[in-house]
Every structure is written in structure tokens, then in C-alpha cells.
Design a protein around this ligand. Sequence first.
Ligand SMILES: Cc1cc2nc3c(=O)[nH]c(=O)nc-3n(C[C@H](O)[C@H](O)[C@H](O)COP(=O)(O)O)c2cc1C
Length: 194
Amino acid sequence: MSVLLIAGSPSERSRSAGLLDAVQDLLTAARRPVDRLLIRDLSPKALLLAGTSHRSIQLAVDAVAAATAVVVATPVYKAAYSGVLKVFLDLLPQSALAGKVVLPLATGGSPHHMLALDYALRPVLQSLAARHILPGVYVTDSQFAQGPDGVYHLSPDMQLRLEGAVATLCAESFRQQATTGFEPVPFSRVRCSV
Ligand SMILES: Cc1cc2nc3c(=O)[nH]c(=O)nc-3n(C[C@H](O)[C@H](O)[C@H](O)COP(=O)(O)O)c2cc1C
């Protein structure tokens, strides 16, 4: 099982990327291979002008294809996810997340827009055919402390929430691999009692 961590903030010092640092530490401790994709490192021109043949975009699309599980972290911008995340997701093939387990994460200035995870990001991940989108984790800026090195650290209660989410991610991704080959049941054979 390999996990791709996608950082969707345009900022260099990023709280949502700080969430991915914590996820990466947890996955590394669990001996899961981790790869990281910073959308801000991709060619801005290729992102904005749909340059799917640009090398940085091709490598990023390949990284998504190679992953068993994907963790997407974004800041909330104007009550939704970031624009740079959207332009990247728009460049993915229609079924780019097929068969994959996805964990959405978001940070926001206040709790008021926590539903952006479910109302804005989740439908997009669903449209990319994600097999299983796990319950997201939303963290407000006040739940971070910034160390002297500029790195963001999570409050203990949110660290616990994240540990639970990562444990679920590992369990669900493993379960999915174990059941690969399960025959889908045709709708005509589905019986219900209503
Ligand atoms: C352009 C912009 C728009 C924002 N819009 C919202 C918003 O609508 N709701 C909210 O709760 N926070 C909003 N914020 C605050 C960020 O979501 C918050 O600071 C977040 O943790 C930043 O994440 P990052 O450091 O990973 O970029 C906005 C910040 C910026 C720069």
C-alpha cells in the first residue's frame, strides 16, 4: 500500500501541509510507503492552461495513478477548497481515483466553513471515482501552534483525531486490497424488501 499526500495550499508556510507532515510521520511509523505531491511546485502555466503534456503535470498524474490511497489537504478559501487544488484535479483523468481510498483534510480560519469538506471537496473526489472517501478532518488555525522554526504543530486533541483517521485509512486500504477481485453484483440481482 502506497499513500500519496497531496498538498493543495499555494502558501509556502502552510497549515494544511502541516497536517500532511503529521500524517506522513504516522504512516512512516506504520511502515507505509509515502509519496508527496505539492501542487504549488507544479508549473503554474501548465496548471492554468491545462498543459497536460507538461512534464511536471504528467509526473503528478502518474503519482496519483500509482497510489493505493490518497490524502488531500487543502486550506478553505472563500468557503470552498483552494483554487490550485481545483485546477490540478481538473487535469486528472475522469476515473483517476478509481479503486483508491481517499482521506480529505482541510484547515480554515474559523469553524464556520468546516462543511466545505463535505459540500465542496467530497463531490469532486466522488466524480473522480474514488472507491471510498473517509470522513474528513477539519482543523482551525487556533488548533495549531507555530514553532520557532516556523513549522506548524497540531493541538493534542486534533493530533488524536488525525491518528484515528490515519488508522482508518490504513485499515480500509488494506481491506480493499484483500478483497480485490470481488465480483460486483448486477443491479438486476439486487433484492430489497420495500
Ligand atoms: C484567500 C483566502 C481565503 C480564505 N477564506 C477562508 C474562508 O472562507 N473560511 C475560513 O474559515 N478561512 C478562510 N481563510 C483562512 C485559511 O483557510 C486558513 O488560514 C488556512 O489554515 C490556511 O491554510 P494554509 O496555511 O495551508 O494555506 C482564507 C484564507 C485566504 C488566504
